[in-house]
Ligand binder design. Structure first.
Ligand code: ASP
Length: 728
């Protein structure tokens, strides 16, 4: 494994700058060699840059780490390691220190407040002690002869070498442990290894030049979790997140169940802590009251450090994030509108009209009148609709038109209702009218039938409101939110016009529209005339369990639930990591399914989505068929005009009169003779009664049509239906 090492030199004034650079580089292991006088500045820089969590490991070279105030680092899991020379656990050391304390002059404390001596005075004490012991040994060997010596001259003291040898051979126990010298250098000494563990500095090993490092408490370094720490977890009763079990024999955490309780179990085992669940006393999530300038609910509990964590359906929002910390969100949601399922439309006597929109019915009626009238007019103008009523009576001087006003309406009615009428158009123009009308009726009747089926199978619902804007527009249906939650502050602090208007309504409405629990909100919705603005997760839960409830419109915003901690808590990052891991492993999804879907009390509703599909057919759906009908009629009129002109031209030749006068005569008759079915034949040319002979007005000489033409069957039908009276 490659390890990079960065060396930075800093003074007290540049600590912050150097530490910031270290933080940016994501260096977490630091060896700090600094003057003890500047240690206070260094600690302050760590705190200011928030480099005081479990990821950081500081190794201090000072032997006096115990003499510094570590209060700010004890509770946030930061790793601090250092060595010490004086083993205060040693009874001999304690005895010496005790004596020292008794003899020390007032105002010159060698020991600090906690009874710990710094390394420097301890070494000083030991050196004096060793020197004294050396002198005593020398004195015992021979008479000590002190001499005046000069620092400038190189003349040695005679007993110097002996004293040096006595000191070197001394084997003593001083404040700094065993004292032994080897060629003037201290040998075989021991340094205690200290580590900040469970809120205090503890001896976790030792080091000596001969044996090297010896760690007596490996858990101090490899302990990934603080399993002995019990965190106070604040929560709030909320289905299905946190529920209190009904069994009164249960105690402690066993009393609670729900999504958040399961999630907490997972996180605690992942991160490694024990927990004690507490319910928030005021039963609120927490909002800021601008009047009292105070927070309430879970947020307040965390701010005042009465809890270490809050595991609940706690929404992350700006206001809360500025006073407490949140982990990464474990669930996403938005605000939705809960409403009672609209009552079924009462069955109406004329509900058969529903499949088509009112305007379509009007258009159909208009089309019916127009086509009937067009058929009538066209049949009068078209020469091919004037027939000899008695084909066998060749001398008959009248021709008859089957499409009188009533027959025209009857034909159109019969074909519209798919029953036929016994009448058959003969001229091309009237056949076009008939054909296009049949097509029209085919489409209208099929559409009607199909939509009628949908209407009969689907319950039509009346939904008075469809979204938040509809709610804001009216005051008949009241609406509200949970008291003391983020949904309430969403409306209170919103800058969007609709939501501001809704807030004004909610705030001023008496009796209050705010509820103290989601259950109360749901009950109010079920009682009717109340819409509840709630978070989609709880909304889904309620809708899935009660078929009388439904969601109206979409979500008004998008946010998430997070686990909350007091500001600067060392647990936040660890828990965030655990949340991400649980999310990626699908555990959170499994928990969701467990508490939302697989609880066995889910209501089975019919697929109400069909509801919206059964809408009355409007112009936009079947308007095209009217266009086709109009085009067909226009074509038929054109053909009728051509037929009329063609016939007039032929008659003009036969009668040897001008085309204009012939046409005028024909036109006059057609217009004048309204209501009449019969008119005198202008000329007869049919001399014998033979099947397949058709009579045309103005004794038009028709080409002899044999029985194979398309007209023949119709003629035959007509003939059979006509009673022949030779006297006519
Ligand atoms: N979960 C919400 C909150 O954290 C509750 C709500 O207001 O709907 O405040």
């Amino acid at each position: 494994m490659r390890t990079d090492m960065y060396i930075r030199q800093a003074t007290a004034s540049t600590y912050r700058q150097v530490l910031r650079e270290i933080r940016q580089k994501e260096i977490y292991k630091l060896i700090v060699d600094t003057n003890p006088r500047h240690m206070y500045h260094f600690f302050r820089a760590i705190l200011q840059l928030q480099m005081n969590d479990y990821r950081y490991h500081y190794m201090f070279t000072t032997f006096d780490i115990e003499t510094f105030d570590l209060e700010d680092f004890k509770y946030n899991s930061v790793n601090i390691t250092a060595f010490r020379l004086v083993d205060v656990g040693d009874s001999r050391v304690l005895e010496t220190l005790d004596k020292m304390e008794r003899f020390q002059p007032i105002g010159h404390a060698i020991l600090n407040r906690s009874g710990i001596i710094q390394a420097e005075p301890a070494l000083m004490y030991d050196s004096v002690y060793v020197f004294a012991q050396g002198l005593a040994a020398l004195d015992r060997g021979h008479v000590l002869r002190p001499a005046n010596l000069s620092c400038e001259l190189e003349q040695p003291w005679d007993d110097g070498l002996s004293l040096y040898n006595y000191i070197n051979s001394a084997g003593l126990h001083g404040l700094t442990g065993h004292i032994e010298f080897n060629e003037g250098k201290r040998s075989d000494f021991k340094l205690d290894l200290l580590k900040l563990k469970r809120e205090e500095l503890q001896k976790v090993g030792h080091w000596s030049p001969s044996t090297g490092i010896n760690i007596t408490d490996p858990t101090a370094f490899y302990e990934t979790s603080a399993t002995n720490i019990t965190l106070v977890v604040m929560t709030r009763e909320e289905k299905p997140y946190v529920m209190v079990k009904e069994d009164h024999n249960l105690t402690g955490n066993a009393r609670y169940e729900g999504f958040c309780i399961d999630l907490l179990k997972w996180i605690a085992s992942q991160v490694g802590f024990r927990y004690a669940i507490r319910l928030v006393p005021d039963h609120m999530y927490g909002v800021y009251d601008p009047e009292t300038k105070e927070w309430n609910g879970i947020v307040k509990e965390l701010m005042e450090k009465r809890a270490d964590l809050a595991v609940a359906s706690m929404t992350i929002n700006y206001a809360r994030e500025s006073v407490i910390d949140f982990t990464k969100p474990f669930m996403n949601l938005g605000i939705g509108i809960l409403f009672k399922v609209p009552t079924s439309q009462p069955t109406r006597l004329f509900s058969f009209m529903n499949p088509l929109a009112a305007e379509i019915w009007i258009y159909v009626l208009a089309a019916y009148l127009m086509v009937s009238f067009t058929l009538f007019v066209m049949a009068r103008f078209s020469p091919y609709e004037w027939n000899n009523p008695h084909p066998c009576l060749a001398d008959s001087d009248v021709v008859e038109n089957q499409f009188s006003v009533s027959n025209s309406f009857w034909f159109i009615t019969g074909t519209f209702l798919r029953q036929g009428s016994g009448l058959n158009p003969k001229a091309t123009s009237t056949r076009i009218v008939g054909g296009i009308w049949w097509f029209f009726t085919l489409i209208i009747i099929s559409s009607y039938t199909a939509n009628l089926a949908a209407f009969l199978t689907v319950e039509r619902m009346i939904t008075p409101i469809e979204n938040a804007a509809d709610l804001a527009e009216q005051t008949e249906i009241s609406y509200g939110t949970l008291e003391g939650g983020s949904t309430m502050t969403f409306f209170r602090d919103s800058k969007i016009g609709i939501y501001q208007k809704m807030w004004r309504f909610m705030d001023s409405k008496r009796p209050s529209v705010f509820v103290s629990s989601y259950e109360e909100g749901v009950t109010r919705v079920l009682d009717g005339n109340y819409a509840f603005l709630m978070e989609s997760t709880m909304l889904d839960y309620a809708v899935q369990r009660d078929c009388n409830l439904t969601q109206i419109g979409g979500l008004l915003d998008s946010k998430g639930y997070g686990i909350a901690t007091p500001k600067g808590s060392p647990w936040r990052d660890k828990i965030s990591l655990a949340v991400l891991e649980l999310q990626e492993k699908g555990i959170i999804q499994i928990l969701y399914d467990k508490w939302w879907k697989n609880t066995g009390d889910v209501c089975n509703r019919d697929d109400k989505s069909k509801e919206s599909k059964a809408n009355a057919l409007g112009v936009e759906n079947i308007g095209g068929v009217f266009v086709v009908l109009l085009c067909g009629l226009a074509l038929a009129i054109l053909v009728a005009i051509l037929e009329f002109c063609w016939n007039s031209k032929k008659n003009a030749q036969t009668d040897r009169q001008s085309l204009c006068s012939e046409m005028a005569e024909e036109l006059r008759f057609a217009v004048r003779c309204h209501g009449s079915r019969q008119r005198p034949a202008l000329k007869r040319s049919c001399t014998r009664c033979s099947p397949g002979t058709t009579y045309v007005p103005a004794a038009l000489e028709m080409p002899h049509i044999n029985g194979e033409t398309g007209i023949l069957p119709m003629m035959e039908m007509k003939k059979s239906s006509l009673s022949y009276d030779p006297d006519t």
